[in-house]
Structure formats: C-alpha cells, structure tokens
Design a protein around this ligand. Structure first.
Ligand code: ADP
Length: 482
C-alpha cells in the first residue's frame, strides 16, 4: 500500500469530506484540505500533491472547470471528482473535464481508498512510461549527436585534405571552417581564423567583391589575383541554414597556358596581316591592269570577299589580344546613347533591307561613362550587329538604356532564334557559335568574346537572357562616371 503520498482534498465542509479524511488517514496518506479555489492553488504551488479529490462545488465555484484548469497546468495529475449526482449527465461532465476518477454516493470507506489507489497506480504507470519514453528519445538523440560528431570529424578530415581552399561562413560572414590551403593561399602564417569576420581576417579585394556581389545573386565565380602572379578561381555557394561556402582552385597554370596561346595567336595574326593587305592590294591592281572576262570578274569578287573575311578575322584576333593584355587604358567621357545613335546610323541600310523594327528607349537621366570611345563603339556595333544579323526579316529589336543606382544598364533585345540554355554560358568564348544559328549567317565566333573583354576592361558585366524561338537579350552593366 502506498504510504505518505500527499492527497489534496478540495471540497466544501460536509460529512462526505469528514468520511474521506478518516478513510485516507486510516490508510496512512498525508492529507491537505481546502475549501476554496485560492487555497487549492496555494497548496498545488507549494507541494504538488500526488492526487487531488475535488468536489463538484468548491467555495461557490464549479469543480469541473477548476479541474480542467489544474489539468492544463499539470496534465498528469490524477484527479478524482466527487459529485452528488450520478447518471449520464454527470458522466459526460467527468469525461469532458478529463479527470481520471469519479466518486459518488453512496460512499463506503473502501470505495474511497480503492478509487484513490487505482488512480495513484495508474498515475505511477503513466509516470514510468513517460520516463521510459524520455530515456528512449534522449538515447536516440545522443546516438544522433554521436553520428553527427563522427560526420563532422569526417567532414573536417575531407575538407582539410582537399587541395582546393575551402572557407565556410555563417550568415554574417564569420568564418565557421577553413582548411589549411586557405592559410597558404593568403599567407596567413597559421594565424587563428575560425570565428573571425572574413573581411578582417582576409582583407582581399577580389574575395570581398565576390562575397558582396554573390549575396544579391549577381556573381557566383570570381578570379582572385595575387601580385606574385597566382590566380585562383573562387566559387560562391549558398548553404541553406548555415551561410555560404567559398572554394578556391589554383588556375595559375591554366592562365599561363592561356597567355601562351594568346601570344601565339597574336603573333600569327600580326604576321598574317601584311600578306593579306598585299593580296588585297594586288587584287585591286588586277582589276585595273586590263579588261577581265565575266568569269574572271566573278572569281576575283569571291576572292576579295574571302580575303576581306580573313582580314576581319585577323583584326578581331589582334583586337582581342590587345584587350586581354590590358593595354587599353585610354579613358574619356563617353555618352552611351550618342554612341548607340551613331551605330544605328551605320546599320541603317541593313535594318531597312531586312525590314526590321528598331525601337530605342533611353532614360533621360543616363550618366556618362569613363571609357575608351572606340572600344565602346566596337562593343555596341557587335551587339547591335548580331541582333540585326540573327533576327529574321520583319523582326523586332529593342535598344534600352536605363540607370540602376550608379550603373548604366544597356539591353539589346531581339526576336531572333534565341540561344539554347546549355550553350548560353559558352556564348562569350572565343570561336564559339551556337548550334541553332542559321547556317547562312557568316561569322567567326569572336564578336561576343570581344564584347566581354571590352566590358570587363571597363569594370562592367555582360550576360545573355535568351529563349529558343523567342529571342535574346544581351545585358551590359557599366559603372557610371560621376
Ligand atoms: P559570330 O561571328 O558567330 O556572330 P559572336 O561571338 O558574335 O560570333 O557570337 C557567337 C554566337 O552567339 C553566334 O555564332 C550565334 O550563334 C550566337 N549569337 C550571338 N548573338 C546572337 C543573337 N542576337 N541571337 C541569337 N544568337 C546569337
């Protein structure tokens, strides 16, 4: 028999209360008695009783609603309700209140003690079950914690052994994890970096630019250049609920190969230019040196077209070489809208012959650029030229220039064939031509590579938004000059 459990008797004074007190006392239970709601609350606060017997009425209040209130706060407390009434009404109220036992007249001492024991034993089983569940859940959490600790160890081992630099940042750009390659890349001499703010620990302009611009989705890759000639390709990956990761691969050797290849192309193009000029010159002379028959005239015309095509290819290659070597330092104040108007004048006959509808939308507040006017003209000629070249007759070209904060945004939109999604990232590569381009449209695949070089040498960005069968928009972002 349970001894010393505290039973709270919350009932109006009555012979039934006396009977209960006697019965439970005789069974060695500790008792606390109250005749009102406030007393009940006080006893519950001071010493949580093992069980409560509550009368249907308590100090003028409804015992059912007081029980519900107590169960809200102590959901596992066994409560026995005493009611003078029996029958379905009383039973329904007992069920609704959610109490665990019910006593009603006629009452015998045994009835009281047995109901109390039954309720206490049920409460103790419920307590055991709860403890078991808590233990089981805790064990499974501990297990999970152990697994994630092991996973973390594995992850750290992988990250510290890979040959790329890896930095994991939290959402406020504090370093959560960085491998030892990062130390080597930025010559940090073993200084502790975990926990520090990235820009304080690694004050590198290229890395900061990547982080700042990646945050608004504008950039995912960026080159990090060092004065000693090393170049790293840094890649930004957002990590949901963690922050972000920056990985860095050493691409210095690729850059060196690229430089050698560019030097080679530059030398060959340069050496080809003089013989091409003399071929063109002599072809002119052939025409003047005597009468030619129709076939000779036709062959000469074809030769001239081919040599001109070669000459423009060689000129493009030389241009690219110059741009990539960074020699283009000429800077003047340039009005982009004016350059666009000049360019459109030159293309006028082509626009008319294809019956294209060209719409210009220039915001009135466009600031000027600090740029090389010849290069800007070349960039616009290439973009507008492509739009005209690839848009079928009766198509539509929209030229839009707006300001966006301190950037000038140029959009060249056409209703041409569009560019397949998987080729859009390669469209600015040298010699790349899209697979769906019309076969009769001539080109070398260098125009957009030149556009990209020009834009980047002016600290801008260019990209394409395009849908096959709908059209393309080439977007150029250039910093305005204050
Ligand atoms: P190309 O001399 O071939 O025009 P570019 O470098 O200017 O070389 O362009 C590369 C390729 O991009 C083109 O061959 C073409 O497939 C595609 N392209 C460029 N501009 C457009 C455009 N406005 N509409 C559709 N495709 C385009």
């Amino acid at each position: 028999m349970p001894k010393h459990d505290l039973i709270l008797l919350a009932m109006d004074a009555s012979p039934t209360l006396d009977l209960m007190e006697r019965a439970l006392h005789a069974s060695d239970y500790e008792l606390a008695t109250t005749h009102d709601h406030a007393g009940l609350d006080r006893i519950i606060q001071q010493s949580i009783p093992a069980l409560m017997i509550i009368g249907e009425h308590l100090g003028g209040e409804d015992g059912f609603s007081i029980s519900m209130d107590v169960l809200e706060r102590f959901p596992t407390m066994p409560i026995i309700l005493y009611s003078e009434k029996t029958g379905s009404d009383a039973a329904a109220k007992v069920i609704r209140a959610g109490v665990s036992g019910f006593l009603h007249p006629p009452l015998r001492i045994n009835d009281i003690v047995e109901e109390v024991q039954r309720n206490l034993s049920r409460a103790s089983k419920l307590g055991d079950w709860l403890r078991r569940e808590v233990k089981r859940t805790t064990a499974s959490l501990e297990q999970k914690a152990k697994i994630s600790e092991a996973e973390r160890g594995k992850l750290e081992a992988i990250i510290s052994n890979i040959q790329d630099g890896v930095i994991v940042l939290d959402e406020s750009h504090h370093i959560l994890l960085a491998n030892k390659i990062v130390q080597e890349i930025f010559n940090l001499n073993g200084a502790p970096i975990v926990g520090g703010y990235l820009k304080d620990i690694i004050p590198n302009a290229d890395l900061s630019a990547l982080i700042d611009r990646a945050r608004n989705g504008a950039l995912k890759y960026h080159e990090i250049n060092f004065d000693d000639g090393r170049v790293f390709n840094a890649q930004y990956t957002p990590l949901p609920r963690i922050g972000s990761a920056v990985t860095m691969q050493d691409i210095s050797y690729l850059k060196e190969i690229d430089r050698l290849k560019n030097d080679f192309i530059h030398t060959v193009s340069h050496d080809l230019r003089s013989p091409l000029t003399s071929i063109l010159g002599y072809m002119e002379l052939i025409g003047r040196s005597g009468p030619l028959n129709d076939s000779q005239q036709e062959f000469l015309g074809r030769l001239q077209a081919s040599v001109q095509h070669m000459t423009s290819l060689v000129n493009d290659l030389l241009d690219l070489g110059r741009l990539e070597s960074g020699f283009d330092t000429r800077r003047e104040t340039v009005d982009l809208c004016n350059v666009m108007e000049y360019s459109l004048n030159v293309f006028d006959s082509q626009i008319k012959s294809k019956s294209l509808q060209v719409i210009t939308e220039f915001s009135p507040n466009i600031k000027s650029l600090r740029a090389n006017p010849i290069r800007i003209r070349q960039m616009i000629d290439n973009l507008v030229g492509n739009a005209i070249k690839y848009t079928p007759p009766n198509g539509r070209i929209l030229l839009n220039i707006v300001m966006q904060e301190n950037q000038i945004v140029l959009r060249v939109t056409d209703s041409g064939p569009g560019i397949p999604a998987d080729e859009q990232t390669r469209i600015f590569d040298k010699f790349f031509r899209a697979s769906n381009r019309p076969r009769d449209v001539e080109g070398s695949g260098l125009g957009l590579a030149i556009v990209k070089s020009i834009v980047e040498s002016h600290q801008g960005r260019v990209w394409v938004e395009s849908k096959v069968g709908v059209g393309s928009t080439f977007v150029v972002l250039l910093p305005a000059h204050d």
